[in-house]
Design a protein around this ligand. Structure first.
Ligand code: P6P
Length: 342
């Protein structure tokens, strides 16, 4: 029985089209997806192996860590540190970049990841995921420091996520479009199932945490209010709303059927820059969304253009169907929704 194109085969065929490719990147991607398979197996067995619930600790963000946050982080580190393809790694769960142990060779890439995004959902069995971003280590840097990771999103060589949902999927871009692969547990391989994913330009579905409404700025408030007014309002159509509290799940839905996801800045102290982290949430997801024809913006700037200031810095995120993002951005400019994002 023909199982379809495996992710490994897909990556190797992409590599052959890149002059001078050494295979290092292909091998790194294979190591990443092996880590995601291991995390998927552990997440899927959750309640059976005593890994649910809080770890009783906080991460650098001051957020309570779930046991699976720490386990997933360890799985990513253990699967990647020995490979010889990385010069360093950074994670939502680690305050500082993790150097590659002396006993292992170092490579030319840097990886940043959120090992288990949406983990507040894990105890209630809702979808969670792993988000990763791959950069080149600056030439001549053997022991990368924070500043070596602080590259704009446009420097990413690869971005992807694993979604641990009803099926486990891996969605990936290397700058040549977006492709989705579904894990076939029977053979332990990710199989190409969603080739050349495209975000529909228009949509009538928005995702935002409505409980924060009193803290939003005027532009976001106006956009959401117009959606809620439906056919009787200025949009002249009814809208649907979703909020999963798992960015990976929201982004995957938008890649699949369109929509807009917003985690904006708000007026609460400490939330002036929103909640989501630039380096390992906003940048990789923005690369994926733009490669699929969507747009991703803070309201003031294109996210991929931002000059990072800190490993764990937060940014407002407005991403998804291009026409809807452009409308919100226009409202930030005080316009009436007719601005086009370059
Ligand atoms: P809230 C998960 O913790 C996360 O970082 C994103 O995956 C998700 O979109 C957001 O936070 C949910 O935030 O405030 O609704 O719980």
């Amino acid at each position: 029985m023909e199982h379809g194109t495996t992710l490994t085969q897909f990556i190797i065929e992409q590599q052959r089209r890149i002059p001078g490719a050494t295979g290092d990147f292909t091998s790194l991607l294979n190591d990443i997806l092996t880590a995601c398979k291991k995390i998927s197996c552990t997440v899927n067995r959750g309640g059976l192996i005593g890994v649910l619930g809080s770890a009783g600790s906080e991460n650098v963000q001051g957020e309570t860590q779930k046991k699976l946050d720490i386990i997933s982080n360890e799985m990513m580190v253990n699967a990647l540190e020995w490979t010889g393809h990385l010069a360093g790694m950074a994670s939502e769960e680690m305050e500082d970049p993790l150097p590659i142990p002396e006993m292992y060779p170092r490579g030319k890439y840097l990886i940043l990841f959120d090992p288990l995004d949406g983990s507040s959902n894990i105890d209630v069995n809702l979808s969670v995921g792993t988000i990763f971003s791959v950069l080149r280590c600056p030439p001549g840097v053997d022991n990368p420091q924070v500043e070596d990771f602080l590259q704009p999103g446009t420097c990413q060589v690869c971005a992807g996520y694993a979604l641990y949902g009803p099926s486990t999927m891996l969605v990936l871009t290397t700058g040549h479009g977006v492709n989705g692969f579904t894990l076939d547990r029977g053979i332990g391989e990710f199989i190409l199932s969603h080739a050349d994913m495209q975000v529909p330009a228009a949509s009538r579905e928005f995702a935002i945490n409505m409980s924060n409404q009193r803290f939003w700025n005027g532009a976001v408030s106006r956009y959401v209010e117009e959606c809620l007014q439906g056919k009787e309002g200025p949009r002249g159509e009814n809208f649907n709303m979703r909020w999963v509290a798992s960015m990976v799940a929201e982004v995957h839905r938008i890649l699949t059927r369109g929509g807009i996801f917003m985690y904006p800045a708000d007026s609460r102290p400490g939330a002036e820059h929103g909640k989501l982290r630039l380096m390992y949430e906003a940048n990789p997801m923005s690369f994926i969304i733009e490669q699929a024809g969507g747009a991703s913006h803070t309201g003031d700037e294109r996210i991929l253009d931002l000059a990072p200031e800190g490993l764990h810095q937060r940014v407002p995120v407005i991403l998804g169907s291009r026409e809807e993002v452009e409308r919100v951005v226009a409202y930030h400019d005080g316009g009436d929704g007719d601005r086009r994002i370059a």
